[in-house]
Design a protein around this ligand. Structure first.
Ligand code: UD1
Ligand code: CA
Length: 465
């Protein structure tokens, strides 16, 4: 196939978002709208992708530059914004003559790669191909005007259309594919003699007619693929459409999702066989679920790997951020647990309610079942970490490690002041504040000795005079 370059129009204001942030940077499934478009272009191996910026140009360019390293991404500014034809004119100096140009919009995030592939095929390296769709209510869109034989004659913008043309339900989606060597001279011929006094990209259809270049329409049925985001309501509608699409793709792979309408994947979720996901779970970043993993209701799970058979009980929050989190085979987490970056849990580890684990490794079979904190700790096998115990890992300036060797039992409500090592098989008495390392096998207690005063009388209220 002929090489192709992508032009993404993203200079418009997005007034109806009523936001200080440029429209195309608003997020769908955790990713900027325009990034969806860029990623689709990348899937198709576009040669160059040129983004036309205008409103909020600096912010858009900065965001896209930091999110798209090592890329064939280029920017062209359109100031002021005089219409879609004027927008594409700004890309002309960056466009090679030998390719096909695919025009997309930064606020239309869900066009599928196979649709664009079909459009490119229709263009065939030599004609003008328009992506079109029938709308029951075509108000506001450019109408596809055909000759009696069915050839595409023109696109007439809603505001320029007469009564008969307004009755046409086939509309231009805003997406076209056209050879650069045809597009460039057509762009040079555009004028703004129309109802909106804008330079319409859609006028290229007239020039194709005049030059005897065939105009073909590739009509699709799926409205979400051409839906633009103009308001928070439309953003939410597309979010749901996208999430439903992802849920169905997961279910087609065998994932059992309790309710596809109550799942959000903001990133990439990979699932082995027999994974079950209860309602209201959010997955973010890169998440990998092993065979038979079960996720309870209302969990937020991000940037982590859960090995086969792991069970995550409801209301658990896991986020590995940049360090990752690993949950070992058949481990049990939650309800109400929190795993933070660098939590590396081996097989059969149990982390219970209101337990927080950060930058710590727990070896096979260790348990922290209630109300505890493990930070910067190395925990051996079969350790039992009591309710209310914490590692005091931060001295106000630096962080230090706590080492808990195999088979240690830490009682309830202990403070382990790092750096400190608890020797293998040792026992720490409840309520201890441990500041010195302990011997293997020893019982260590570090708390005030209990005293009892017999027949103690509590103070009594004095009688009022
Ligand atoms: C355009 C089409 C119309 C089509 C509709 C589909 C034209 C003249 N009309 O309409 O036939 O049915 O899309 O949604 O092309 N933009 C710029 N610079 C500008 C103007 C727009 O970058 O000067 C960007 C916008 O940010 C947006 C895209 O181009 O991403 C489309 O602009 P929009 O105003 O939505 O197009 P319409 O005129 O509604
Ligand atoms: Ca529009």
């Amino acid at each position: 196939m002929t090489a192709f370059d992508v032009v993404i129009m993203a200079a418009g204001k997005g007034t109806r978002m009523k936001s200080s942030m440029p429209k195309v940077l608003h997020r769908l499934a955790g990713k900027a709208l325009i990034q969806h478009v860029i990623d689709t272009a990348r899937t198709l191996n576009a040669r160059h992708t040129i983004v036309i910026t205008g409103h909020g140009a600096e912010q858009v360019e900065r965001a896209l530059t930091s999110d798209n390293t090592s890329d064939n991404l280029q920017f062209a500014r359109q100031m002021p914004q005089l219409g879609t034809g004027h927008a594409v004119q700004q890309a002309v100096p960056l466009l090679a003559d030998d390719g096909v140009v695919v025009v997309l919009s930064g606020d239309v995030p869900l066009t599928q790669a196979d649709t664009l592939q079909a459009l490119l095929k229709a263009c065939h390296g030599q004609q003008l191909a328009l992506l079109t769709i029938d709308f029951a209510d075509p108000t506001g869109y450019g109408r596809i005007v055909r000759s009696p034989k069915g050839d595409v004659h023109a696109i007439v913008e809603h505001k320029d259309a007469n009564e008969a043309q307004r009755a046409i339900q086939e509309v231009y989606s805003g997406i076209m594919a056209v050879p650069a060597k045809l597009l460039k001279p057509w762009l040079a011929r555009l004028d703004n003699h129309n109802a909106q006094q804008e330079f319409y990209l859609t006028d290229v259809v007239k020039f194709a007619q005049a030059d005897g270049v065939p105009v073909v329409a590739h009509k699709i049925k799926d409205a979400t693929q051409v839906a633009g985001v103009n308001s928070p309501t439309q953003l939410a509608e597309l979010e749901r459409a996208f999430q439903l699409r992802q849920a169905h793709a997961l279910m087609a792979d065998g994932v059992r999702i309790m309710d596809p309408a109550r799942l959000d994947v903001r990133g990439h979720l990979s699932c082995a066989q027999d994974v079950e996901i209860d309602v209201n779970c959010i997955f973010e970043g890169q998440v990998s679920l092993g065979q038979g993993v079960k996720i309870g209701a209302n969990c937020v799970i991000a940037n982590c790997t859960l090995e086969a058979g792991a069970v995550i009980h409801p209301f658990t929050h896991i986020d590995g951020e940049n360090l990752g989190v690993t949950v070992g085979e058949n481990a049990r987490i939650g309800p109400f647990a929190r795993l933070r970056p660098g939590a590396q849990l081996a097989e059969e580890v149990h982390i219970g309610n209101f337990v927080e684990v950060k930058n710590s490794t727990l070896a096979k079979g260790s348990k922290a079942n209630h109300l505890a904190y493990l930070g910067d700790a190395t925990v051996g096998e079969r350790v039992n970490y009591g309710a209310g115990s914490i590692t005091a890992n931060y001295d106000g300036a630096n962080k230090h490690r706590t080492v808990i060797e195999a088979d240690v039992h830490v009682g309830s409500n202990c403070v382990l002041v790092a750096p400190v090592t608890l020797g293998a098989g040792g026992t720490i008495g409840g309520g201890s504040t441990i500041t010195k390392s302990t011997e293997a096998g020893a019982l260590s207690v570090a708390r005030g000795k209990q005293i009892s005063l017999a027949n103690y009388k509590r103070p009594e209220k004095k009688a009022k005079p």
